[in-house]
Design a binder for this molecule. Structure first.
Ligand code: AMP
Ligand code: ZN
Length: 474
């Protein structure tokens, strides 16, 4: 099936053509592990996962790399301020390495709970220091760098004529990537640090020897060094959140193309923000953000969040609210209930391959067309409602849908069926009988009281023509 993607570089939806037939090299910018990953970060990771699953369902072999930033990301884009990792360590009263491990583990738990397929490689920046030094040396040999005394080695953006092309700026005019603060020792406002020297008289927890002195690499260097090491000098797709395009990704291009030729990457994908009530980007640095724990503690299934994300398009901002999540959770559960009903039918009718292909292609077609997941979800609802499609075909379609969208419908439906067939503890069954007696005696107040008690114990009483039934709540 044709895959079409909006490419930030061309500002158009383009047909996807891989560099090597049948294969895709895909790099996405991962988390900076100085704090918990928030649901905004996770939105971008869910969209990466959908892209990968869609390519796999289209028959591609995808090599996905996602980095873990554990050094070099400063609090200010002007290459000044504190290292976010060192700041996190001071806040948590831990070593930088402990902080990195702690938040990486927490992130991986979220990753699993959201059913994101693990990238083939998840390199840590600190494991690729030598590769970053090598890259800076190559740039130095070609005259792209200069030194600022007591500060670091900088990239001279005026040397790269295509600087800013990803977002359409240039050094004159819009000044793509211009810093908020302009360190006036820089030759151009858009220049950025490749290697920062450790401050004199201060021992950093993370620092390394280099040809230029003890220090640490700038944040933009790691993604180039690691992606090229693991995917080769040219690869197909690079993604990240929309905040990364103007500075981080323009800088990545400026570091790579002089060394390997253009285009370094063929398709650039940017995922729009998850925004909060006040319309602002959810961000770690603001200190107030929601992580998966906040959702879990309110009883939400991580799949409800995944479903909410897939209701929106990756190029549109998504406003988070508890009401929106609640509505998504209800929508998700309704589908699970319907799938559970299909499972209970235990149909032995054969799958109708023509129907299967028709709906498979509609659903995969939507996601392959610039990742229209919301449209795919509409098709899924239509398919479920259709009386023309038999149960076996619907269930086989759900197996495919789970692979494509990772929403775990069948798993949750199986759990629901298991819960429904579970019999209630004897004391609750006794209570249910007492309730029937109270009803027969027209003692409604007592009957309601008993119903509430059963409810509090996590079960629901359902009155049917055959008597009352106890069903475990989900
Ligand atoms: P960070 O951990 O801040 O380095 O970000 C990890 C990834 O999440 C990057 O690709 C960011 O662009 C992305 N990101 C950060 N904030 C948001 C947000 N509010 N919505 C969507 N993506 C985000
Ligand atoms: Zn990056």
């Amino acid at each position: 099936m044709t895959v079409r993607l909006f490419n930030t570089m061309s500002r158009k939806i383009e047909e996807f053509k891989p560099l090597v037939e049948g294969k895709v090299g895909f790099y996405s910018c991962g988390p900076t592990v100085y704090h918990y990953t928030h649901i905004g970060n996770l939105r971008s990771f869910i969209q990466n996962d959908i892209l990968k699953r869609m390519l796999i369902e289209n028959g591609y072999e995808v090599t996905h790399v996602m980095n873990i930033t554990d050094v070099g990301h400063l609090t200010s884009d002007a290459d000044s301020g504190e290292d976010k990792m060192e700041k996190g360590a001071a806040r948590d009263n831990k070593s930088v390495f402990e902080v990195a491990k702690f938040y990486t583990d927490a992130f991986l738990k979220d990753f699993n709970d959201l059913n994101l397929i693990r990238p083939k490689h998840m390199p840590k920046a600190t494991d690729y220091i030598q590769e970053q030094i090598d890259l800076i040396q190559q740039l130095e040999a070609r005259g792209y760098t200069y030194k600022i005394e007591d500060d670091g080695i900088y990239y001279d953006t005026s040397k790269f004529p295509g600087y800013g092309k990803l977002t359409g700026g240039s050094l004159s005019g819009d000044r793509a990537g211009a810093r908020v603060e302009f360190n006036n020792k820089k030759r151009n406002p858009t220049d950025f640090a490749l290697w920062k020297f450790s401050p004199k008289n201060e021992k950093r927890q993370m620092e390394w020897d280099s040809p230029w002195g003890v220090g640490f690499p700038g944040w933009h260097t790691e993604c180039c060094a690691m992606s090229m090491k693991l995917l080769g000098n040219h690869f197909d797709i690079h993604s990240g959140g929309e905040d990364l395009s103007r500075i981080h990704h323009n800088n990545e291009i400026a570091q790579s193309e002089p060394l390997v030729g253009a285009p370094w990457v063929n398709y650039w994908l940017h995922i729009s923000f998850l925004i909060d009530k006040s319309g602002e980007k959810m961000s770690k640095s603001k200190g107030e953000f929601l992580g998966m724990d906040a959702l879990r503690s309110r009883g939400f299934d991580p799949m409800a969040y995944r479903y909410l994300v897939l209701l929106s398009h990756f190029q549109a901002q998504l406003a988070f609210s508890w009401d929106a999540l609640d509505a998504a959770a209800t929508g998700y559960k309704n589908i699970v209930k319907r799938v559970a009903a299909l499972l209970k039918e235990k149909s032995t009718a054969p799958v109708n391959e023509t129907d299967f292909d028709l709906w498979h292609d509609k659903i995969l077609g939507s996601v392959s067309d610039n990742m229209k997941t919301a449209e795919a979800l509409v098709y899924i609802q239509e398919m479920l409602k259709s009386s023309e499609i038999n149960t076996s075909t619907k269930l086989k379609l759900f197996e495919f849908i789970d692979k494509l969208l990772g929403l775990q419908f069948i798993d949750r439906a199986q759990k629901l069926v298991a819960l429904e067939s579970e019999s209630a503890p004897t004391e609750l069954q006794t209570l249910a009988e007492e309730r029937i007696k109270a009803k027969n005696d027209k003692n409604w107040a007592l009957a309601d009281k008993i119903r509430n008690k059963i409810d509090e114990a996590g079960w629901t009483v359902i009155d049917t023509a055959q008597g009352s039934k106890l069903v475990k709540k989900v």
